[in-house]
Design a protein around this ligand. Structure first.
Ligand code: PMP
Length: 443
């Protein structure tokens, strides 16, 4: 097949061809190795070519590659659901398997809506989400997302979603506020938005527990999500946490929300769930939501051809078993401390590094032209793209973002290395990033 027949993101400019991957490395057709320091986009939690995952997939393909969910369940999908429910926050009793993050978000939005129809509140039709967020590129997910650049062309097609402020302390916490007061203020703004729309009209508040792809790892301030949960409960509004990027161990606990002391009504997961070995995502749901659908219509009014794909479930089950068997959540916590320390040591005093923030092995570096005023670089400079290119030239894959957030917040680099990275490898990542930044910032 000719390369020119493949549409990737860019129609006229194909990247190098990837031909192999082992551990934290990817190899291109010219034989060059790259450290996968962003795990793609926070996907490859076990790195590449993990023998246990490959063996589980092979065994499943030999046994059964596909059976449509309107006729059958499969042992492997049931086992994966058991595994996820056993390790999920209290009350989350069911899993619904789709093929990725956007699909998981679409399913969660529809499940939330159907829940209210089933319990006799069909007037609820509105979602509230946050600015500077990303929930996927399908139309429903794009509508709840708050990335102005991604939404712009499609705005006339999107359902009407109210957007409130994200939790972005570096930019938006006022000088006279403690982190806790800032979190309380944001929760009050959510409360006001619910009241403005009409509390009985709102289906759910949708948020990434730790923001990812739009503003470079936004870690919530202490108490923020507890206050949000309390506001949602007071108005009978559901809380949907999107952990597609930050979930499945990335932040050092299986679910990021464990560290914020809240349990959502619905949670979306993907990326690290299957570690990139197969496309898979899921919605985890509270029992009462599933019971309402079960007692009402008797089914969830949704569905895709590849729901609960057996090979995808086998890959995800193997990934999750390796994480558990090898104690990788504890490793993520320790490695995350190391990576954060190493980033701060290398870049903490850099005149163009405004903020370094993260949780577990999920770190963002925000770049500014001038630290005191937190001034972003001119978007025309496309600094994020230059950093990506300079890192690439040094055998390092990082996930850059820039100039996309309401035109205001500028350039970021996101790091999400595999959980199996050694301290020495993490230091190599930081060293190469430092060099790439220097080169990209050269006039
Ligand atoms: N939600 C979040 C929080 C994400 O980060 C992403 C992907 N970056 C998605 C949803 C969409 O996932 P996918 O690309 O698998 O459709």
């Amino acid at each position: 097949m000719s390369e020119t027949h493949v549409i990737h993101r860019h129609l006229h400019r194909l990247p190098p061809r990837a031909v192999g991957g082992r551990g934290i490395y990817l190899r291109d057709a010219a034989g060059r190795d790259y450290i996968d320091a962003s795990g793609g986009a926070a996907v490859s939690c076990l790195g590449h070519g993990h023998p246990d995952v490959l063996a589980a997939m092979h065994a499943q393909i030999d046994r059964l590659a596909y059976a449509h969910t309107s006729f059958f369940t499969t042992e492997v999908a049931e086992e994966l659901a058991d595994q996820l429910v056993r390790t999920a926050p209290a009350g989350m009793s069911h899993a619904y398997f789709v093929s990725g993050g956007s699909e998981a978000v679409e399913a969660a939005l529809k499940m939330a809506r159907q829940y209210f129809v089933e319990i006799g509140q069909p007037q609820r039709s509105r979602f509230i989400a946050r600015r500077q967020s990303y929930h996927g590129n399908t139309l429903g997910a794009l509508a709840v997302g708050g990335n102005a650049w991604r939404r712009a062309q499609f705005a006339p097609l999107l359902i009407d979603v109210e957007h409130v402020a994200p939790c972005y302390p570096y930019r938006e916490q006022r000088g006279d506020e403690t982190p806790e007061q800032y979190g309380q203020r944001l929760a009050r703004e959510l409360d006001e938005a619910i009241v403005r729309i009409g509390a009985d009209q709102v289906i759910a508040f949708v948020a990434e527990t730790v923001g990812g792809a739009t503003a470079g790892v936004l870690t919530p301030v202490p108490g923020y999500f507890k206050a949000v949960r309390e506001v949602c409960d007071r108005h009978g509004v559901l809380l949907i946490l999107d952990e597609v990027m930050c979930g499945m161990g990335r932040t050092g606990t299986l679910h990021a929300c464990e560290q914020d002391g809240v349990v959502p009504d619905l949670m979306t997961i993907a990326k690290g769930l299957g570690g990139g070995y197969q496309p898979i995502g899921a919605v985890l749901a509270q029992g009462r939501i599933v019971e309402a659908m079960s007692a009402g219509s008797g089914f969830f009014q949704h569905g895709h051809t590849y729901l609960g794909h057996p090979v995808a479930c086998a890959a995800a089950l193997a990934v999750q078993r390796v994480i558990e068997r090898d104690g990788l959540l504890a490793r993520v916590r320790v490695a995350g401390e190391h990576l954060g320390g190493s980033l701060r040591q290398a870049l903490g005093d850099h005149p163009h590094v405004g903020d370094i923030r993260g949780r577990g092995l999920f770190w963002g570096v925000e770049l500014v032209s001038e630290r005191a005023g937190k001034t972003p670089f001119d978007p025309e400079r496309k600094l994020h793209a230059r950093i990506k290119a300079e890192a690439f030239a040094r055998g390092l894959l990082v996930y850059p973002m820039g100039g996309t957030v309401d035109g205001r917040y500028g350039d970021h680099v996101l790091l999400a290395p595999p959980f199996v990275s050694t301290d020495a490898q993490l230091d190599t990542i930081v060293g190469r990033l430092q060099d790439a930044l220097q080169a990209a910032l050269a006039p």
